[in-house]
Ligand binder design. Sequence first.
Ligand code: SP5
Ligand code: ZN
Length: 341
Amino acid sequence: MKTVYSDLHGLQHAEAEYIRGKRVASFEMPRRVELVLERVRAVALGPVVGIGDYGLETVGKVHDAEFVTFLSTAWQAWSAENGEIDAFPNAWPPPRASRRATKRPGAELGRFCIDMSSPIMAGTWTAAKAAVDAAVTAVDIVAGGDHAAFALCRPPGHHAGRDYFGGYCFLNNAAAAAQAFRDRGYGKVAVLDIDYHHGNGTQDIFYDRADVLTVSIHADPQVEYPYYSGYAEETGEGAGADFNLNLPLPWGTEYTGYGAALATGLGRIAAHGTEALVVSLGVDTFGGDPISHFKLVSDDFTRIGQAIGGLSLPTVFVMEGGYAVEEIGVNAVNVLSGFKA
Ligand code: SP5
Ligand code: ZN
């Protein structure tokens, strides 16, 4: 399996985030994917290739134009006012407030940002765009005849919606991959999100569409980020009714419970008549993850990969979360090795 990688990801290197009132070192860091790359090489998973430049066409199909303009110019506006300091929102629009644009960068951040974990810095846009390009490059590798490919990208993407960013995510790499499959003639596409957190952004982007089925297995949002979505009753709307499946699981979930939910999700993907699959590959379901509460062990990731491989679908894996940095390489690559076996 080919791995798609660009070192432009390193331009996103947040110093800090805010968790429960505390300013702490960012859990999302460049070293995460560097260690996955090391593991890819150590097990000889396959060739490592660079990214193509796909411009803004696919991005524009999964994100609103106003949002894309904001994100690509946010640092320029913020740093002109505040200097070289990581950008966080300083206010959010309350319910029923005006959605109109303001003249202040900190207020503009509040219009598009959903949390205090995702600072914008000088290289954020370049890094986020390179991550999308990695995901779309992986789609082209599969469209070109490979059975599967791995987009080893960061910053992650699945919390980024049509017009918002957060949860360490700025542009939705997996959604761009799913859309790219559609644009290359795959009629029915599915996204399987196995990150510990609900893929709220991916759900948002495809919520009213039947051509891209979204399935997410994640921690119960009543107690876990992103809190305001990921519930089982969210099943899609309009043409997309019944094309979104959320499988929330309790804290403490081990492979017994996880594997059952995975089988349910894979069954739904098969029933969809899926022609191409995008996997949002988060490994923050690992028992040793510092911000999560599932109890998977490293061998469980191999079993997850085997189960996904059982679908025998053209598949693009897109890297998402996973913060047990020392084990992230083994865990992520176990999924890929299990898929191949
Ligand atoms: C891509 C991805 O995995 N994003 C995750 C963003 C999670 N941000 C909120 C983290 C909340 C941590 N909960 C407290 C744990 C403190 N030990
Ligand atoms: Zn996550």
